[in-house]
Design a protein around this ligand. Sequence first.
Ligand code: C5P
Length: 315
Amino acid sequence: MRSLTLTAPAKINLLLHIAGDRPDGFHELVMVMQSIDLADTVTVAERREAGIGLTCDRPNVPTDASNLAWKAAELMQKRFPDDAKKHGGIAIDLQKRIPMGAGLAGGSADCAAVLVGIDLLWDLGLTQVELQGLAAELGSDISFCVAGGTALCTGRGEIIDPLPELDSLYAVLAKYQDLPVPTPWAYKTYRSEFGPTYPATATELDRRLEQLRTGAMMSAIVRGDAAAIGAGLHNDLEKVVLPHYPKIQQLRDAFAQTDSLGVMMSGSGSTVFALAQSLEQAGAIALAMQNKFSDPTLEFWVTKFCHSGVQLVNE
Ligand code: C5P
């Protein structure tokens, strides 16, 4: 029975602009996503019994069909029925390091790893574009998690354009263990508050998208200008999440008093991060934050940007 182990990195958002509404009920986004070296380990293996089995080292992670990793295996079995018959069932094991409800795409990263793992396990030879197409059927962030690195993500988030690598930067993350932010709530609240300001016509939306795609952050990344990247961090969802979650606002304020390149909430939260140019600077930021907060449920990570998404570790 073959078994593959993959690493599934988390992401942070350097940019998250909500450009307007989409006919499918989602939002039209312009984001820059960045992989970091905080990663889950995902094992995908053949098993004699048909169907899917899922195990996880964290008791609060669902190990049934509601988990995106399970959904990825289900989609592959449905899309490639002959290969599924030939290889038998699929056993998935998740060793979690990425926190949940954190805006770090932990569930999406595991899902991407299962897609890539089954492609390799069944020798399907799918291209990146094909894998990203399957990923997009399961969620908006999963295509990025397949590709990883630094990328401009548009549409629902599933259209990926690679950007120059930024792998010399660091991010210090902070998150309260018991403080998840539900992503659908964040977008719904944003729509109810800012819907009236969304572009009213397709032409207006196109104009807005073009402005956002060519903004200051994009040129900062192309120049590799760390200070400008830090200054250009932006996340529209902060406008609704921070007023509802004072603890996240407090974390952001505390980070802003440290010596960093910039501070931002990732995705729909609840993780807040500070950018640093070196490991020394990142370590000093983490220490300053740890000295300010004595709450044992507040966790910190010093992470480095990385240039890839899901990677095979061993077979
Ligand atoms: O696609 P995903 O499952 O990650 O999306 C989670 C939720 O976030 C969606 O149900 C939707 O409410 C919101 N969302 C959105 N527009 C996007 C992506 C996500 O409104 N482009």
